[in-house]
Every structure is written in structure tokens, then in C-alpha cells.
Design a protein around this ligand. Structure first.
Ligand SMILES: *Cc1c(COP(=O)(O)O)cnc(C)c1O
Length: 231
């Protein structure tokens, strides 16, 4: 059951926090509900979940109106500039900003709607060709430019590491993102406690927490395997 799965993940998150001397309140669970029906999301909501992650703008828009208003929607999939207008003002945070151009479009739309949009920059930390995200060496420059934008609030970074069999292996990527975030944001703030790091999925959220994740994005473990053939 979805409720049991959420409770299990939360207890594992707590253990990972204890192991790494972290406060559980600093780590939030995002239930990734892509491809799953509204009824599953409602079930998770009834079990207390409020943060949900979706990949596709159209799917997100279809779901938002059918579910309670106090859900915090996280857009975690690739966002095209021409779809920015649909999500600004509707989502709690955009995790997948991967260019200055996209950040500027979000800024412009946010100004139009008189809101400030929280964003994360997606970093291609493993350097895989197939992955979205900024190259680590570009990050510092893009961060400086984004900080000039008045209607986006850069909260931190997100990454999707390679799919591997032994989940503990991704710790090298998680640690790299943590170090990079401290390097870049640490220079700009007196302390870097406020930096959000969105990393870790069903197979590696424990490892990600031990490496400093503040958001973990767990889908298939909570809702079951996804069936893409029905879409
Ligand atoms: C699908 C997805 C997840 C969840 O993955 P699971 O392995 O099902 O937990 C997390 N993050 C992103 C960006 C995703 O696309």
C-alpha cells in the first residue's frame, strides 16, 4: 500500500539522517507521481504527503486541478521555454532549470504574474552525453547571471546520476554536487546551510541523504513500477 511505502521511506530517511548526523527536518520527501493516476496521488495525500513531483508539463496541468490546493508541486523533468507560462505561479519549485535562457524566461513570466519562482539548477554531474543539465564548469558563471534576475530565487541544485546496479556507487556524484554547491554558494553567503540539494531516487535516496541531499525524489518505490505503454 502507498501509505505503508511512504512510512517505510520516511523511516529509512530518518535512519540515514541519524547515520550521517543530520536533522530529519532538513530532508524532504518528494513523491514522484509521474504516469500515476490522480487516485494514487490522493491516497498518498491522505497518508500525509504534500510534496509531489511530475516530469511533464501537460500531465502536471491535468492533475493540478483535480487535487487539493495545498499540494506543493515540484517540476522535475525537462522544461521547454515555450511551456514556462503554464507552470509559473502553479508550481512550488522548478528543479530542472538547465540554462540561463530558461531561467530568464521563468523570470519574465514570474514578473508578469507578480510572483517569485523558486528554482534549482540541474547539473550534469556525471557528464553523460544523454543527460540534461549544466556542465559543472559552467555553473559558477550561470549562477552569477541568475542572481541578477529579480523574479527567480535560486535555491540550490539538482542532479540525476547514472542508473547503476549497486546504489552506493552514486555517492561519488552526490558528494561532487555537494562540494560544488559549497564552492559556489558558500562564496556568496556567510553560511551554506540554506542550499537545497535535490538528489536521490528510489534506489539511492539513503546514500543521497548521507551525502547531503535536502530533497529526495522517490517514485517507483512508493507508487510501484511505471507502465509507460499506457500513455
Ligand atoms: C522518475 C524520476 C524520479 C523517481 O525515480 P524512481 O526511481 O521511480 O524513484 C526522480 N527524479 C526524476 C528527475 C525522475 O524523472
Amino acid at each position: 500500500m502507498i501509505k505503508d511505502n511512504i512510512e517505510y521511506v520516511q523511516s529509512e530517511m530518518k535512519k540515514a539522517c541519524e547515520k550521517s548526523n543530520r536533522d530529519i527536518n532538513d530532508v524532504k520527501l518528494i513523491c514522484v507521481s509521474k504516469t500515476k493516476p490522480v487516485s494514487d496521488i490522493q491516497e498518498a495525500y491522505d497518508a500525509g504527503a504534500r510534496d509531489f513531483g511530475e516530469n511533464k508539463v501537460q500531465e502536471l496541468m491535468d492533475k493540478i486541478d483535480k487535487l487539493p490546493d495545498d499540494i506543493r508541486w515540484h517540476l522535475i523533468g525537462h522544461l521547454q521555454t515555450n511551456k514556462v507560462k503554464y507552470v509559473v505561479g502553479k508550481v512550488f519549485m522548478i528543479h530542472s532549470v538547465d540554462s540561463l535562457k530558461l531561467a530568464a524566461a521563468i523570470d519574465k513570466e514570474s514578473e508578469k504574474k507578480n510572483v517569485i519562482t523558486d528554482i534549482l539548477l540541474e547539473v550534469n554531474i556525471s557528464g553523460e552525453e544523454s543527460k540534461f543539465g549544466l556542465k559543472p564548469e559552467k555553473l559558477s558563471e550561470v549562477v552569477s547571471e541568475i542572481e541578477k534576475l529579480e523574479h527567480v530565487n535560486l535555491k540550490g541544485f539538482m542532479t540525476v546520476p547514472p542508473i547503476i546496479n549497486d546504489s552506493s556507487d552514486n555517492s561519488v556524484y552526490f558528494k561532487r554536487l555537494k562540494d560544488l554547491s559549497v564552492d559556489i554558494m558558500g562564496k556568496k553567503t556567510d553560511n551554506n546551510c540554506g542550499i537545497e540539494l535535490s538528489m536521490g531516487m528510489s534506489d539511492d535516496y539513503r546514500t543521497a541523504i548521507e551525502c547531503g541531499a535536502t530533497y529526495v525524489r522517490v517514485g517507483s518505490f512508493i507508487f510501484g513500477a511505471r507502465d509507460y505503454s499506457k500513455l
